[in-house]
Design a protein around this ligand. Structure first.
Ligand code: C5P
Length: 320
C-alpha cells in the first residue's frame, strides 16, 4: 500500500520541485530592485526553529489603508478611501474560498464547491464567465496588482469584471520606503486610476493594500524559510490575498494554489499559455509561499484533499 500510494508520491515530487524552484529563483533574481536589506535572525535552540505558519502570516498584519492612516489623514488623496470596512458583517463569515488562477483549475469541476463559501476571492482579471463549472460564478473580492490597475488593456476603471466587487489593489513600493515615497515610487502608478475609479463609483469598496504590510508578509515568509534565502521580490497576489483574508475568516479553502495531480503546465485556467514558472515561480518567492501554505494545511484527510481535489484548508488560529 505504502509503496503504491500515488498521492504520497505526487506530494514528494511537488515538494521537491518547490524546494528546487526556491533555490533557482534566488539564483536568477540576484537584482535587489526593492532594496531589501533584511538580515535573517536564526533561532539558537532547536525548539525555537518552528513557529506555526498561520501565526506568522497573521502577524504580518496584511491590511488595507484607512483614512485615519498617516500620511493619508492629512492628504486629499486619503479622502478617496472608503469609509466602510473591507468586509461587511464579519461576524457572519464562516468559510472563504480563494481561487488561484492556476491552469490546473481547468477541468476541476470545483465551481459548485467554490460558490458555497461565504466569501470568494479572485485575482486580477481572472474571469468566471465561461468557466463557471470549474471556478464558480460568485466573486466577493478581487486582489489586483498595480499592472492590472494601470495597463490600458485591462480597462480597470470601466471593465465590468471590476465592478460590484470589493477591490484590494497593491503595489510593493520599496522595502524601506515611507508611504510618502510610495506615492511617487510605485512600480506602476496605480493612484491615478484608483482615483478615477473611486470618483466614478463613490459607493464602491475599493481599497489600497498597505505596502508596508506586504513587506511584513515577505519577512514572515523568509522566517518560515529559515536559513534558505527567498527571492527579494514581493509575494504573489495569491499569497497577499491569503494574508489579507485570514484575519476575517475562520476557515479558508485555497483552491489549486498547491497544485493537484491535474497539474498541466498551463499558466492560467483562462488562457492557453504554457508556462510552469507561473506555478513554481521565478520572480515572486512563489515556491516558498506554496511550501508555507502546505505547512498550514489542516484538511482532515491531509494530502488527499490537496493533491487529489486541489483544496488546501487553512484554519485561523484562535488567539495570537
Ligand atoms: O497570474 P496572476 O497573478 O493573475 O494569478 C493570481 C495568483 O494565482 C498568483 O498571484 C498566484 O498566487 C496564483 N497562481 C498560481 N499558479 C498559477 C497561476 C497563478 O498559484 N499557475
Amino acid at each position: 500500500e505504502l509503496c503504491h500510494n500515488k498521492t504520497q508520491q505526487f506530494r514528494h515530487r511537488i515538494v521537491r520541485a518547490f524546494e528546487k524552484a526556491m533555490v533557482e529563483s534566488v539564483n536568477e533574481s540576484q537584482a535587489n530592485h526593492y532594496n531589501v536589506d533584511y538580515k535573517p535572525v536564526f533561532g539558537d535552540s532547536f525548539e525555537e526553529q518552528y513557529y506555526p505558519s498561520t501565526c506568522l502570516v497573521m502577524e504580518a498584519g496584511v491590511r488595507v489603508l484607512r483614512r485615519k492612516d498617516a500620511p493619508f489623514n492629512k492628504l486629499p488623496f486619503g479622502r478617496l478611501f472608503p469609509r466602510q470596512k473591507l468586509f461587511r458583517n464579519v461576524k457572519d463569515i464562516k468559510t472563504c474560498a480563494i481561487v488561484s488562477s492556476a491552469g490546473s483549475l481547468a477541468g476541476s469541476k470545483l465551481g459548485r464547491f467554490i460558490d458555497t463559501h461565504d466569501i470568494v476571492m479572485r485575482f486580477n482579471h481572472a474571469p468566471t464567465q465561461g468557466h463557471e463549472v470549474d471556478v464558480g460564478s460568485k466573486t466577493t473580492i478581487r486582489v489586483v496588482n498595480s499592472q492590472v490597475v494601470t495597463k490600458p488593456e485591462f480597462d480597470f476603471t470601466r471593465a465590468p469584471i471590476f465592478r460590484n466587487v470589493t477591490i484590494a489593489a497593491w503595489d510593493p513600493g520599496k522595502y524601506n520606503g515611507t508611504l510618502e515615497d510610495w506615492l511617487t515610487s510605485a512600480d506602476y502608478d496605480l493612484f491615478t486610476n484608483y482615483e478615477l475609479y473611486r470618483r466614478r463609483y463613490p459607493k464602491s469598496r475599493a481599497f489600497l493594500i498597505d505596502p508596508h504590510s506586504v513587506w511584513r508578509l515577505w519577512q514572515s515568509l523568509q522566517m518560515f524559510a529559515g536559513n534558505r534565502p527567498i527571492s527579494r521580490n514581493p509575494p504573489s497576489s495569491g499569497f497577499i490575498g491569503l494574508a489579507l483574508l485570514l484575519p476575517h475568516c475562520p476557515q479558508v479553502d485555497f483552491v489549486e494554489y498547491v497544485p493537484s495531480t491535474r497539474l498541466n503546465g498551463r499558466c492560467h485556467y483562462y488562457s492557453k499559455e504554457m508556462n510552469s514558472a507561473c506555478t513554481f515561480g521565478s520572480w515572486h518567492p512563489l515556491a516558498a509561499e506554496k511550501l508555507m501554505a502546505l505547512d498550514m494545511n489542516m484538511a482532515e484527510d491531509d494530502d488527499m484533499s490537496v493533491f487529489q481535489f486541489g483544496i488546501l484548508r487553512i484554519r485561523r488560529p484562535d488567539k495570537l
